[in-house]
Design a protein around this ligand. Structure first.
Ligand code: HEM
Length: 189
């Protein structure tokens, strides 16, 4: 364990934070049609269809960032927590971070599976059709529900994560949040 994250880890952290918010925003354009048939709505609603392509494109970019993130996490490790931090907070921090990684993995995997079973093409980067599986309405709806559940769980965990960061910065006033914000200089303990 070291005292700070590598710059690549910080860049990926913030890029993923911004892109997840954007992807969530795009998903709001079609997210209300939960009970509808994939083929029917996708075929007859142009806006929804275009948003779905944008959403999946951003989702695949996020998946690539996630793979890089796991790689750099294994290579550089995480950053140390202050020695005087209460044990329950240390455990909660580890649990929260593991939860975020697991949920991100489940979110991207369920998104890829949902897209793969769609009945209409989902052509990302105007090149690759990620609706590569056999069109299957019931499988599509099932994995889409899992995808939505993962979305709701990760939103809850991100809110807790942000609250914890604000707590460290403004109440405890330690270096934990600042070190993720500073790219140009390592923050000393
Ligand atoms: C590889 C990554 C991803 C892919 C391929 C993907 C793909 C999809 C697809 C195909 C749908 C169903 C669209 C439809 O109903 O026709 C969907 C729905 C949705 N996705 Fe993703 N997604 C990905 C990542 C994400 C991420 C990162 C988020 C959250 C930030 C997210 C949030 C949602 C939400 C909220 C819905 C709407 C659920 C609903 O109400 O049905 N997805 N996604």
């Amino acid at each position: 364990m070291q005292n700070d994250y590598a710059v690549t880890q910080k860049v990926i952290h913030w890029l993923m934070g911004i892109f997840i918010m954007l992807d969530l925003f795009i998903a709001q354009k079609f997210g209300n049609f939960v009970g509808d048939h994939d083929g029917f709505i996708a075929y007859y609603n142009e806006t929804r269809f275009a948003s779905r392509v944008d959403h999946a494109t951003m989702g695949y970019i996020l998946t690539a960032l996630f793979v890089l993130r796991v790689y750099f996490r294994n290579r550089h490790g995480g950053a140390e927590l202050p020695a005087n931090m209460p044990q329950w907070q240390v455990r909660a921090a580890h649990l929260g971070h593991v939860g975020l990684y697991v949920l991100m993995g489940a979110l991207f995997l369920s998104g890829i599976m949902t897209a793969s079973a769609a009945s209409q093409p989902i052509v990302i980067f105007a090149t690759f059709d990620v609706a590569f599986g056999a069109a299957d309405e019931s499988f599509f709806q099932a994995v889409r529900q899992i995808h939505e559940l993962c979305t709701n769980l990760i939103i809850a965990l991100i809110v807790i994560h942000v609250c914890a960061a604000l707590y460290h910065h403004f109440i405890v006033r330690d270096h934990i949040t600042a070190r993720m914000l500073r790219f140009w200089k390592r923050v000393e303990n």
